[in-house]
Ligand binder design. Structure first.
Ligand code: AOF
Ligand code: ZN
Length: 329
């Protein structure tokens, strides 16, 4: 691109009202063509560069200092010339501010970003978009029942299961319970990511139907005993680290993961602390950790009122005795 600018400058003072533009065509790391816009009314930089490259333009990359035009002015569109020459890729230095040329970018940008929050997060960080979910009773205690809070949240939990690609919970919180499934119509079920936190080697998994079993993965530090007939995938890690688990999730194509505490904060405490150490989980976990009462094995939030307000605002469909609080990372 610096070479584009360098050659474009050969026309300093000659191009008005047109801009100065340079174009370099590169194939297999070698420059095969160069051109610049010499004067208004003359062909554009791309046209000269394509002429210079000849047949070598096919499958090459074109670097242009300005977004190629797509209109008929004094000269025909450069976009069409690039396509005709079978250029594989175009790298653009800047969008053309000329309103008849410029691609319009950024219309309702916030809305469009919100739509793909998880995808964008994964693209930019290489990690899934992680949400920590916990239910609290009105006195600020963490709910201990799987699905508690979910019930009073109406279909909200169901919607979350539909929305998130994976859901992480500890093996102890799932023991003897049925796995939560989304009730949404045409629901896609999330990948159930079970962290084997129990001290013994036997993980008591709830029964999964055979098609649901493919949607379950167990992470453990040592071999765990799962029902072989269910064929549940187990990943043995030297240490149960959130980083490693999230990396695994990304490799499987997951964009978003919900860590569901439902009463298992104590079990997942180490994993969450590791997430804080790794800079993966910051704000919310930091806020939570001081309220963990080791003796009582419970979490009591003192600034509950603030959190409730925040939640009620964003999720007005929830009412009742339990409150679901979310933290995003
Ligand atoms: C390009 N490459 O080298 C230049 C571009 O009347 P025309 O056909 O010359 O079009 C002029 C407009 O084209 C000018 O206002 C600017 O938007 C763009 N200039 N575009 O792709 C070039 N000089
Ligand atoms: Zn052009």
């Amino acid at each position: 691109m610096r070479r584009c600018v360098e050659i474009a400058k050969k026309a300093i003072g000659c191009t008005s009202p047109n801009p100065m533009v340079g174009c370099v065509i590169v194939k297999d790391g070698v420059v095969v063509g160069e051109g610049f816009h010499p004067k208004a009314g003359q062909p554009h930089a791309e046209v000269f560069a394509l002429r210079d490259a000849g047949d070598l333009a096919e499958n090459a990359t074109a670097y242009v200092s300005l977004e190629p035009c797509n209109h008929y002015g004094r000269t025909p569109p450069c976009t069409e010339a690039l396509i005709r020459a079978k250029v594989k890729r175009v790298v653009v230095g800047m969008v053309d501010p000329n309103p008849i040329v410029a691609s319009k970018v950024g219309v309702e940008e916030e809305l469009c970003k919100k739509l793909n929050e998880a995808y964008i997060h994964r693209m930019l960080t290489g990690k899934p978009f992680v949400t920590l979910r916990y239910s609290l009773s009105v006195n600020g205690q963490l709910s201990h029942q799987l699905g508690e809070g979910a019930k009073v949240a109406g279909g909200y939990y169901s919607k979350l299961l539909q929305e998130y690609d994976g859901i992480i919970y500890s093996s102890t919180s799932i023991t003897g319970k049925s796995v939560p499934t989304s009730q949404e119509s045409q629901a896609k079920q999330p990948l159930h990511i079970i962290i084997a936190t129990s001290p013994n080697s036997s993980v008591q998994l709830p029964h999964f139907s055979s098609d649901a079993a493919s949607q379950v993965i167990v992470f453990a530090e040592k071999d765990v005993v799962t029902d072989p007939e269910m064929g549940i995938e187990t990943v043995i890690l030297e240490k149960l680290q959130l980083n490693a688990i999230l990396d695994h999730c990304v490799q499987r194509g997951l964009c978003s993961v919900l860590i569901d505490l439902h009463g298992s904060f104590g079990d997942l405490k180490e994993l969450l602390e590791d997430g804080v150490d790794n800079g993966l989980l910051q704000k919310v976990v930091m806020e939570l950790l001081p309220f963990w009462d080791e003796g009582k094995e419970t979490l009591t939030l003192k600034n509950l009122e603030k959190q409730v307000l925040k939640f009620e605002k964003s999720h007005p469909e929830t009412s009742g005795e339990s409150i679901v609080v979310f933290g995003y990372f």
